[in-house]
Each structure stands twice: as C-alpha cells, then as structure tokens.
Ligand binder design. Structure first.
Ligand code: FAD
Length: 552
C-alpha cells in the first residue's frame, strides 16, 4: 500500500477535545512542556462537547469543612445502588476542591456571597457538593489554554481506529469529517475522551441531532476501546432525563433551587427537596405527567437571575426557543418531558473500565470523562480524570522509546473506507438509516425492558449490519464519517441489549427496569457486567466483576 496519508508523531494523543480532553491536553503539557501532545477533535475544539450544551455548576466538589470525600463516596454509592468502584470516586472527590481553585485561577466564575462563600446546592442523596458556576466562556477559556500551551489540535478529525503495537496502543487513524482524508498519529499513549453515546435512542422531537447530550458523541470512545481489547461496563444503564420538552435542554437545578414550583398534571406540588430525575420520570410514566415548572410567583429579580443563567451559561438558544413558543416565565409554564435514552459515564454508569489512575486494561490506553466509568462523575469527573489520565499517560510515555507503525492496520482501514465510498449507488440515505436504527433502539432497548424485546433488538442490529452494506448510500465525505458514527451506534446498541439481557433484575429505577425481573436482587447482581470483544466486533464476550470497595 502506498503511504499516501500524513503520519504525525506524539507522546500523548488525546481523542476528543471536550471537557476531559481539553483538561487532559493542558495537564499533559503542564507535566512536561517538552512532550508532543496532539488532540484529534471531531468538531472544533472551541465549541465542541457537553459544555456547549449547558453548564451551570461543578456538580461534585468536596469543600473542606463542609463535606468530605468519604461522604461523597457514601452518597454516590446510594445513587448508584452500590454498583460503583469506590477508590476511583474517592480520588475524584479528593481532588475536586483543588480543581475548582485551579479553574478559578483561570478566571472561571464561581459566584460567592458577601462572606466569600460559594453557592453550594444539595442534589445528591447526602451532602452538599454542587457548586454553582457562572461561566458562559468556559469552553473558550479551555480551548485557548490548550492552544497557548502548545498542544497540536487537529480539528474536524474523527478518530476511527486505534492502532496497536503488540499488546499496547500505539496511536490512531483519524478521518477528516469534511474531506475524508486520513491522518495517522503514532503515539506512545492514547487518552480516550470522546464522550458517551448521545445519539442513541431517538428523541420525541424526531430530530436526529435534537438530543440532550452533545450530538457529536456517538459512542466512538467506547467502540475504539472495545475494538482494541479494553473492558467496558454499565451498558445496561440506559439513561433517560426529564427536561424541557422538545428542546431537550436542562433547567431543573437552576429553577428549583431558586424557588420555582414543580407541578404534575393534576396540579399537585412536587418541588419539595428537589425530586430526583427518576422519581419525575416515574410520575410521568404513571400517567401523572407532564410535569411543569412554574415561576409566576417569583419576584422579578429572581426571574431575571434565572433568565440570565438559562440564556447565557446554560444554552443561549433557550431564549429564542421560549420566545418562539410564546412562553414568558412571569406568566407561562415550562413543560417537561422524558428525553431519548442514551449511554454516558458522567451522568450514568456506562464506560471503559478504568482504575483510580485512569488506566484501562490495555497498556498505553487511558480514558476519562463520559467515555470512562467513574460513576456519575459529571463535569468534575471529566476534569479531574482528564488530569489524572494526562499524568499517567505522561509517566508511561516517558519510559517508551518509540512505537512501531503497523501499516497493515492502517491499510485495513483504508480498504474499509474505500469499500464504503463504493456504496454511492445504494438506495437509502445514511440519515434515514440512522433514523431507523434509533427508532428500533426506542422500541426494544429503551426501558421498560424484557427478554423478548432485547432479543428483537439483537436481531435488528444483526440485520442492520447486513443492510448497511447492501442498502446504505454514501454520497460524499460527509456521509462517510456519518457511516462510521452509525456503525458505532449499532455496536453500542448490541452491547446495551446484551448487558441488559444479562442483568436479570431491575435496578436504578426506570433506567434498567425489566418487566420480567421487576425486583432488585442484590444477592446475585451486586456486581459489574463486563463486555470485551471476541473474535469479531459483533462477538461480545460477557463476564462479571466484583465491585471494588474502599479498604481501611
Ligand atoms: C446538557 C448538559 C448539561 C450538563 N450540566 C452539567 C452541570 O451543570 N454540571 C456538571 O458537573 N456536569 C454537567 N453535565 C455533565 C458534564 O458536562 C459531562 O459529564 C462532561 O462535560 C463530559 O465531558 P467529556 O469530555 O467526557 O465529553 P464532551 O465534553 O462531550 O467531549 C467529547 C468530545 O469528543 C469529541 N469526539 C467524539 N467522538 C470523537 C472521535 N471519534 N474523534 C475525535 N473526537 C471525538 C466530541 O466532538 C467532543 O468534543 C451536563 C451535561 C449535559 C449534556
């Protein structure tokens, strides 16, 4: 094969320049300014990732004197129904205050009162850990620091395959999402920070990209790790949120903590003690929804404060949305509705298995943020583990002299890409195909689940793999990268159906509710379900692993 693609080299390659990836890149340069750090980012690092979807707090900060990492572990263990490796969560909480201070030193705004105290909200089962943040420029601040520290950012480049040198990871193949050109990055270590699977179930609004989480995240991090031999867990935790109908944007913390009322369809009040998302979903599913946020009783200054956050820090498009709907917070109400189901390490429990050093089971491969499994770490987890992954990767790379590029692995990808480009005469546009895949995910994987439905999901995913080759049209380079995304969505759906089938109990409220096993069963299922790749991508191996508890 002719070497007609550029090959770049680095010490640390970061896949995904969102919250965790930006932080990892900055930290890697802080650790060793002389090392080469590259970021492959599918979009444009200045705007990409969850931060641009709305961010109003660092959800987990253990402020000395107010809470402790021990209390956080206890609280999160309750929220995760016991399915959580405690040391990784402890380490995140332990470093969370230091992280807040670091962000503050970068001019990220955490409002304080006249006594200099942060606004800290209780949104976890125990303890006040959620620190209000008011920083519409957060992603721009991070992106600037990434550039200023000398990191090489390769925008519009989707990491499509990891490369291996023997057992260890040795880089990645990138695909330009506009030109379809290939770029190979030889790397001594790779950090996966490509988010979760936001485009999983189809949202009620019917728009492929109208999802709650960042729509550029299609489970690529999970699939890259899986194909490289890494262990994954938590694919049965199929999340559904309960937020603003149609726009799928968040607002609960901001409004409820500032005195808004929450009413169900029978005008019964539910705002007391900030009800959990799962209890709101339950109420909705029981036919007492939709629930509504009402603020007409609030003074003008409170409403202005809420608007100020929602229309700037949160998601600026909300202002236009409410105007279009004719909703004024002073008189109207905001209807809430369940989102699509999605997979995510930060909000949920789905991810590449890592230890408290962000190491996977593959030498040289690290993961952080929503791609990794540090249960429900949110933005704090993404930032702290972005840093930890960078520290581990930097130390690992320092001991590696060089890595070999196996051109056969690149050639296999080049061939696959070429085969896809030959599908230009097929009948079905890639968007229609994605729509169908995600509609089937809604039908058979979205809870409530049952063995019959999960088997149907698996049957459909096998069929989609065949139809993909025979029917899907790939007209241009833009379709090409979407084709790789849809392949990953199908792979995630297969893994989710298998893990959901394996866990023969119900757990996590509505998120893994099985009508054929309606009860929680701690004696048999207080453990992780682990997925690894067998002979081929669709050959998913299932095993079980114990929960790691704190010792001492
Ligand atoms: C609407 C919303 C509101 C939230 N609010 C809060 C909050 O107030 N407080 C809080 O603590 N947490 C909040 N969270 C959670 C928090 O934002 C996330 O957990 C965190 O930002 C995840 O960071 P990440 O780096 O893992 O993912 P992201 O920031 O989404 O970054 C993933 C990046 O990877 C890129 N990418 C994807 N695939 C590839 C590929 N194959 N190759 C190259 N690049 C790729 C994407 O383009 C993206 O830039 C919120 C999340 C959402 C969705």
């Amino acid at each position: 094969m002719s070497n007609d693609y550029p090959v770049i080299e680095c010490d640390v390659l970061v896949v995904g320049g969102g919250s965790a990836g930006a932080m990892a890149a900055i930290r890697a340069k802080e650790m060793n300014p002389g090392q080469e750090v590259v970021v492959f980012e599918k979009g444009e690092i200045k705007y990409s990732g969850c931060i641009a979807r709305g961010m109003d707090a660092l959800n987990i900060v253990s402020i000395p004197g107010l809470t402790t990492p021990e209390l956080y572990v206890e609280s999160n263990r309750m929220a995760c129904h016991g399915i959580m490796d405690e040391p990784a969560n402890y380490r995140m909480a332990e470093r969370s205050y230091e992280l807040l201070k670091k962000l503050e030193s970068w001019d990220v705004c955490f409002p304080t009162d006249e006594k200099g105290e942060y606004e800290v909200l209780q949104v976890h089962p125990k303890g006040r850990f959620c620190v209000t943040m008011k920083e519409p420029e957060l992603k721009a601040i991070l992106a600037k620091r990434v550039h200023d520290t000398g990191v090489r950012v390769v925008n519009r480049t989707m990491a499509a395959r990891l490369l291996k040198d023997g057992d260890r990871v040795s880089g990645a193949v990138g695909l330009n999402v506009r030109t379809g050109e290939i770029m190979v990055c030889k790397a001594k270590s790779v950090i996966l920070t490509a988010g979760g699977t936001a485009r999983f179930g189809l949202p009620n609004n019917g728009y492929l990209y109208g999802v709650y989480d960042f729509p550029g995240n299609t489970g690529d991090g999970y699939c890259l790790a899986y194909r490289a031999g890494a262990e994954l867990s938590g694919f049965e935790y199929t999340l559904i949120y309960y937020i603003i109908k149609d726009i799928n944007a968040p607002l609960l913390y901001i409004t409820l903590t500032r005195g808004a009322n929450l009413l169900n369809a029978f005008d019964e009040h539910r705002e007391k003690d900030h009800p959990s998302i799962s209890s709101m979903l339950q109420e909705h599913n029981d036919g007492r929804g939709p629930m509504r946020i009402i603020m007409s009783h609030l003074p003008e200054e409170k409403i202005k404060e809420i608007e100020d956050i929602l229309f700037t820090t949160e998601r600026p498009v909300q202002e236009r949305f409410f105007k279009g709907r004719g909703v004024d917070f002073r008189s109207g109400e905001i209807e809430l509705w369940p989102t699509e189901c999605f997979l995510c390490g930060g909000h949920g429990l789905t991810g590449v298995r890592v230890n408290e050093n962000a190491e996977t089971n593959i030498p040289g491969l690290y993961a952080a943020g929503d791609t990794s499994l540090v249960a429900r770490g949110h933005l704090s987890g993404a930032f702290v583990y972005g840093e930890i992954a960078a520290e581990s990767a930097t130390n690992y790379s320092a001991d590696i002299k060089s890595v070999e590029l196996d051109t056969d692995q690149v050639a296999a990808f080049v061939k696959d890409r070429q085969k896809k480009l030959e599908q230009s005469g097929n009948a079905i546009p890639i968007e229609e195909f994605e729509y169908k895949v995600r509609r089937i995910i809604n039908d058979y994987i979205r809870p409530p689940k049952a063995e019959y439905k999960l088997d149907r999901a698996l049957w459909w995913m096998d069929r989609f793999r065949e139809e993909f080759v025979d029917l899907v049209r790939i007209r241009d380079m833009h379709d090409l990268f979407k084709a790789y995304e849809v392949e990953n969505i199908i792979q995630c759906a297969t893994m989710s159906a298998l893990a959901s089938k394996e866990r023969k109990e119900s757990r996590w409220g509505p998120w893994h509710f099985r009508t054929d096993y309606p009860d929680r069963n701690d004696s048999d299922w207080l453990k992780h379900i682990v997925l690894t790749q067998g002979e081929a991508a669709e050959d998913v191996r299932i095993s079980h692993k114990d929960i790691i508890r704190m010792t001492g």
